[in-house]
Design a protein around this ligand. Structure first.
Ligand SMILES: CC(C)(COP(=O)(O)OP(=O)(O)OC[C@H]1O[C@@H](n2cnc3c(N)ncnc32)[C@H](O)[C@@H]1OP(=O)(O)O)[C@@H](O)C(=O)NCCC(=O)NCCS
Length: 384
């Protein structure tokens, strides 16, 4: 029995801004990531920054502006002392959930006491499809889907699971409805750290939500990934610029410093699956995380299942028997966006906010991962 607990003591994120069309499109991601990190650190003024053992930053496309170990750049840009190191990690769409898992593991192993776990994706500047000249030819021929566009994997799941376009669009309408309701009722605001963009504008609200989304409009949209396909822009996650951070600590030093734990890390699991249907990843990861936790899906009070695409989210909900009312109660990525590397911490914070609002106890955070994987994390909200 391990007497150490890994606890989340603070978290926050930037608003989710539309890639290329939104308010962070031309602001350097190191700049807005640093602002978010400063905002999260400000929530625990009792924490001396010298006590931070590492900054782990998830990023699915650590290129261009996010190159050269962005974790270290963000740490320095945020004003952390030179003694605080940084590592950038990549497990595609689960990168910052992986950052929390890695931080918790280091804490539970007794190697670290305080770790910043976060993620940033600058999809305006750093997102690209795999380029032909860089592909490994043999792998490309033999492993169907390893370099496939994510949209095509969503089409294949719709085919395999006989999911209709109408069913996907119903999910998109509900995602926007819930996100809008949450936004109007101030449920999304508490996690948002205002950031100032390169034009001096203060960004405080998620930009992707379309309150008027309805079945008639969605039926008129053209498929995005196949000429006669089913998947449209509305039934895909939006491309997004955003950053999110959580502070993960061992419970003893947190108590010693007078820092109140908000949630306990319970378990984390990753699993692989066929790359051409990568969206099914949660079907394999969730049972592993549940078994390690000794819990079941029925024990969960909220489930954040990333809506990379409606087709894969529907297939995962069917296979895992997830009750729709518990899944993404504040809307999902079709409405709010999916800033890939930041999504894990963004969804964890969203789940914890929901538990705070409703008095629930357990949260499951799960997502599919390009290349054919799934990740799942389970947290216990410790009450306010
Ligand atoms: C699908 C994709 C290519 C669409 O890109 P896009 O054209 O820039 O998408 P947008 O969200 O800007 O939507 C395009 C248009 O569709 C229409 N539209 C989209 N959602 C809509 C909605 N809910 N209601 C009404 N119209 C909608 C609008 O006309 C919109 O144009 P506008 O913004 O000028 O009004 C892109 O979102 C994508 O690649 N998503 C997946 C990202 C990904 O693979 N992530 C990793 C997952 S594993």
């Amino acid at each position: 029995m391990n007497p150490r607990s890994a606890v989340i003591v603070a978290y926050g994120r930037s608003a989710c801004c539309r890639a290329r069309k939104g308010h962070l499109a031309d602001t350097h991601p190191i700049e807005y990531s640093a602002q978010v990190l400063q905002g999260v650190l400000a929530k625990v003024p009792q924490l001396p920054h010298e006590r931070i053992d590492d900054v782990i930053l998830g990023c699915a496309m650590p290129v261009n502006q996010m190159d050269f170990n962005a974790a270290r750049s963000v740490a320095r840009r945020a004003g952390l002392p030179n003694s605080v190191p940084g590592q950038t990690i990549n497990r595609f769409c689960s990168s910052s959930l992986q950052a929390i898992g890695t931080a918790a593991n280091a804490i539970l192993a007794g190697q670290m006491d305080c770790v910043i776990a976060g993620g940033t994706e600058a999809m305006s500047m750093c997102f690209h499809q795999p380029q032909e000249e860089y592909k490994d030819k043999l792998l490309d021929e033999q492993d169907i889907g390893i370099y496939m566009s994510m949209g095509e994997t969503a089409e294949r799941i719709a085919e395999r699971y006989h999911i209709s376009r109408r069913e996907m669009e119903e999910m998109a309408v509900e995602s926007h409805r819930r996100a809008h309701e949450a936004q109007v009722n101030g449920k999304l605001a508490p996690s948002i750290i205002p950031v100032t963009n390169v034009h001096g504008e203060k960004i405080t609200e998620d930009e992707g939500i379309r309150p008027g989304t309805n079945m008639e409009t969605l039926a008129g949209l053209k498929p995005c990934f196949r000429e006669n396909g089913l998947v449209t822009a509305a039934t895909s996650s939006q491309t997004t610029d955003a950053s999110a951070f959580a502070i993960v600590m061992a419970s003893d030093p947190a108590e010693e410093l007078g820092i109140r734990p908000l949630a306990r890390f319970i378990s984390f699991a990753v699993a692989g699956c066929e790359a051409q249907v990568m969206g099914l990843g949660p079907i394999y990861a969730v049972p592993k995380a549940m078994a390690r936790a000794g819990l079941t899906v029925d024990d969960m009070d909220v489930i954040e299942l990333n809506e990379a695409f409606a087709s894969q989210a529907i297939a995962c909900m069917r296979e895992l028997k997830l009750p729709p009312e518990k899944v993404n109660p504040y809307g999902g990525a079709m409405a709010l966006g999916h800033p890939m590397g930041a999504t894990g911490v963004f969804l964890t914070g969203k789940a914890l906010d929901y538990l705070q609002d409703t008095g629930g106890r357990y949260a499951l955070v799960t997502m599919c991962i390009g290349g054919g994987m799934g990740a799942a994390g389970i947290f216990e909200y410790l009450g306010s």
